[in-house]
Write a protein that binds this ligand. Sequence first.
Ligand code: THU
Length: 145
Amino acid sequence: MPADNMSADKLSPPENPLRARAAAVRENAHAPYSKFKVGAAIRAASGTVYVGCNVENVAYPEGTCAEAGAIAAMVAAGETQLTEAYVIADCPAPVPPCGGCRQKLKEFGATDVSVTLATTDGVEQTTTIGDLLPGAFDAGYMERS
Ligand code: THU
């Protein structure tokens, strides 16, 4: 008889380590207008994790998304390749990145890069950059034969 913590029916998948980072930075979001706090954590090619939260502005269009903040931190640190992303918010279903953030993720990640969308309740949906942005515009479209 295996010890309790070894029995198969009691094993649950290990928590994605990006979740804690995204949830923690979400607490710092500046969202006084929407009251909708978002946290993002991205892993770069080096293995380093960068985080970002949404930062709203009284001039509404000047606000920035959590994903944009995490990407900016990665680029500022000298990295340009992301290998995994995690986004979390307090909403009824895993938070879908906005269209602009899908394009921003695409700029720095391959189509098969995993993106986990989550609620603060623990519901997760894992997808890829390619599935989030089918038919993406990229540099190839700027080439003439
Ligand atoms: N928001 C994000 O930070 N990421 C997304 O992908 C969706 C939306 C933020 C922007 C704004 O501060 C708030 O959520 C409401 O739209």
